[in-house]
Design a protein around this ligand. Structure first.
Ligand SMILES: NC(=O)c1ccc[n+]([C@@H]2O[C@H](COP(=O)([O-])OP(=O)(O)OC[C@H]3O[C@@H](n4cnc5c(N)ncnc54)[C@H](O)[C@@H]3O)[C@@H](O)[C@H]2O)c1
Ligand SMILES: [Zn+2]
Ligand SMILES: [Zn+2]
Length: 395
């Protein structure tokens, strides 16, 4: 089959690789009909997540048709021919953490747990196509994928929901939604969202679905004007981090109190125009720090006293100069994590069915899988108005 492989920093290829096979009794093989590139893939592309090996198959946002199931798959839940979406984190459904709906913390799905134990103290769930720290699973930017725990991992999609809406239930819609849910939004609340990438876009719309009065979105208009425009289309008031002072504008918009909650939908590759952002860049480039937490620092600083900082943006290592004093003194609550996908898929399918949101709004590019190297390049460089790419493995 054809698959997108990681070949080194900022190098991906489209290679012919062996077809996946059933290895365990609860596995299924899915023929992929739609697959996407995520901002999280850019952290691999740029070389910020360790434990990638050349030849690893990328991709964790994919859906398709079940082609084969192992002998232990509960066929009352999933069978050959079903059209399914595949959440990016792999969860067994039976362990201590899965029983608490903390699916991205599943204790059984990461077969290389010793690597993550060293890095994080405990191993987290396996993730598709996301380095050997999270299990070394082959990803879904490919024509086929092996899916473990298939009767828990796969969700059937109602026929009337097309791929272009359903495929975002594998990651970015639940991720934006969990980020907003973590803000415990109350009537009258203002939510500020750093980053207007796909995750930020879904966080903005989810904050409104959950009752926010006002959502303020922050990004760089000089670099990604189309993203701020999309945020405005979603009802957000926008702040241009290049020409405006984010703190001052947020205060003006909240009567001097600060946002009730702040969402960091940027993560470890933030850029910025202040001294700390320049220092982050230098430190990351010289390996003195791994992550660049400029947006997170700003979110902590701007958040109102007693507010919530919600962090869907991915961090992979250690951060420098985090204003812990501000967080502690203001009594902030931090909530974060890889999304507990399986908790959100069904309720969000129902929101799509009720017409509350059409997730396809975020798509700017559709391409055949063979053009993945070009797609990675324009998504990474934010060129050609690229916000979200959907790849077709059959084209
Ligand atoms: N928690 C999860 O389960 C989960 C799932 C998916 C993605 N993510 C993470 O969410 C983050 C966003 O993903 P994405 O697909 O939207 O990525 P993206 O790269 O497309 O978007 C990031 C945006 O942040 C903006 N930005 C950079 N520095 C900024 C700053 N200082 N202030 C405001 N905006 C700034 C960029 O201009 C860009 O528009 C990534 O870190 C990704 O890894 C997490
Ligand atoms: Zn993703
Ligand atoms: Zn589990």
């Amino acid at each position: 089959m054809k698959a997108v492989t990681w070949c080194g920093i900022r190098k991906v290829g489209v290679d012919t690789v062996p077809d996946p096979k059933i290895i365990n009794g609860r596995d299924a093989i899915v023929r992929i009909t739609s697959t996407c590139i995520c901002g999280s893939d850019l952290h691999l592309y740029d070389g910020y997540i360790p434990a990638m090996k050349p030849g690893d198959i990328l991709g964790h946002e994919f859906m398709g048709i079940v082609e084969e199931v192992g002998p232990n798959v509960d066929q009352s839940k999933v069978k050959v021919g079903d059209r399914v979406i595949v959440p990016f984190c792999i969860a067994c459904g039976d362990c201590f953490f899965c029983k608490k709906q903390l699916y991205s913390c599943c204790d059984n799905s990461n077969p290389k747990s010793w690597l993550a134990e060293k890095a994080f103290g405990f191993a987290t769930a396996g993730l598709f196509g996301y380095s050997h720290l999270t299990g070394g699973y082959a990803g879904g930017q490919a024509q086929y994928a092996r899916v473990p725990y298939a009767d828990h991992q796969l969700f059937k999609v109602p026929g009337e929901i097309p791929d272009e809406q359903a495929v975002f239930l594998t990651d970015i819609f639940p991720t934006g939604y969990m980020a907003a849910e973590n803000c415990n939004i109350q009537p009258g609340d203002t939510v500020a969202v750093w980053g207007c990438g796909p995750v930020g876009q879904f966080a903005i719309r989810s904050a409104y679905l959950l009752g926010a009065e006002k959502v303020v979105a922050i990004d760089d208009r000089g670099r990604v004007p189309e993203r701020l425009k999309m945020a405005e289309d979603g009802g957000a008031i926008t702040i241009d981090m290049r020409t405006e002072t984010v703190y001052d504008k947020l205060l003006t918009l909240t009567g001097g109190r600060g946002p009730d909650s702040c969402i960091d939908a940027v993560g470890m590759e933030a850029h910025g125009f202040t001294v700390d952002a320049v220092m982050d860049k230098v430190k990351a480039a010289t390996m003195l720090a791994t992550d660049r937490p400029h947006a997170l620092r700003q979110a902590i600083n701007c958040c109102r006293k007693g507010g919530i900082v919600s962090i869907p943006g991915v961090y992979g290592g250690v951060v420098d100069k985090l204003p812990m004093g501000a967080a502690m003194q203001k009594g902030l609550t931090f909530r974060m994590g890889q999304t507990h996908m399986h908790k959100y898929v069904q309720p969000l399918i129902e929101r799509v069915q009720r017409g509350e949101i059409d997730p396809s709004f975020v798509i700017t590019h559709r391409m055949p899988l063979s053009q993945a190297p070009h797609a990675y390049e324009i998504f990474n460089k934010k060129q050609d108005g690229c916000i979200k790419v959907v790849l077709d493995p059959a084209a």
